[in-house]
Ligand binder design. Structure first.
Ligand SMILES: [Zn+2]
Length: 254
């Protein structure tokens, strides 16, 4: 079991960088959700904990404390850059060697390959989330909100999906993750299906406020709110029961 702590930068009263109509906290949330979703759907033996549920205010200490307490194997912090420039860079704590360095190399390379971002290099910095984590930690800066070229890409949902996929491909390499067999039935726990995306987003927000890990998927012309996906029907039923207790209409599909 590989335990990955995913930290979407900023949130709540801290919007992070803003520019060209983009708000960093929303983009980091979107990327983090997609990474979590892909990992849950496609890989075996993986556990994920997010530093925030929805658009909430969480301090840096609260984030690193949560990862340390959970005993994560890896801390992945996702940010968007500002201040002039273009492309992608990643950070580890100064002077740390393997395995952190090899994780950085694997993930950095896969993100560049998947996105085609200008490569600003593998860097190190004395950032709180890199310094105060007990486990290897990486911080990614995915484009600049205040550079038109990057901002236009960050507005494109296909490009955001590539950023997420690049992180996942890197994690797969870094931790030798095993893909679920394609013939494996996936039991999806869903709490709603809507024609309007806004309704799905609202329900997802409610569910994440109650501690559920949510994803909104578009399938067969409906926006589906999913709170988990399992290869074991039993695990899916357990989560469905929990969601039902929390007041949600649940159904398990495969
Ligand atoms: Zn940031």
């Amino acid at each position: 079991m590989v335990k990955i702590f995913i930290d979407p930068g900023h949130g709540g009263s801290d919007s992070g960088a803003v520019g060209n109509g983009l708000v960093e906290k929303n983009i980091t949330w979107n990327i983090a959700q997609q990474i979590s979703n892909i990992l849950q759907n496609e890989y075996e033996d993986i556990a994920i904990l997010m530093s925030r549920t929805g658009d909430s205010t969480v301090s840096l200490s609260e984030r690193t404390d949560a990862a340390n307490k959970w005993n994560a194997d890896f801390y992945l912090s996702i940010h968007i850059n500002a201040g002039g420039g273009t492309g992608f860079e990643s950070y580890i704590y100064p002077g740390v060697g393997t395995p952190t360095l090899t994780y950085q190399q694997a993930i950095h390379r896969q993100i560049i390959e998947e996105t085609g971002f200008n490569d600003r290099g593998m860097k190190s910095a004395n950032f709180h989330v890199l310094r105060e984590t007990d486990m290897p930690a990486l911080l990614t800066e995915n484009g600049f909100v205040d550079t038109m070229l990057d901002a236009n890409q960050l507005k494109d949902s296909n490009f955001i999906a590539k950023i997420a996929r690049g992180h996942v491909n890197g994690l797969e390499k870094a931790f030798s993750l095993t893909k679920k067999q394609s013939q494996t039935t996936i039991y999806r726990v869903q709490i709603g299906a809507f024609k309007e995306k806004e309704n799905a987003d609202n329900l997802a927000l409610q569910a994440s406020g109650k501690g559920f890990n949510t994803a909104v998927l578009f399938r067969d012309s409906f926006y589906i709110v999913q709170i988990g996906a399992f290869s074991s029907r039993n695990n899916a039923e357990q989560l469905a029961a929990k969601a039902k207790d929390a007041g949600f209409n649940t159904f398990v599909s495969n």
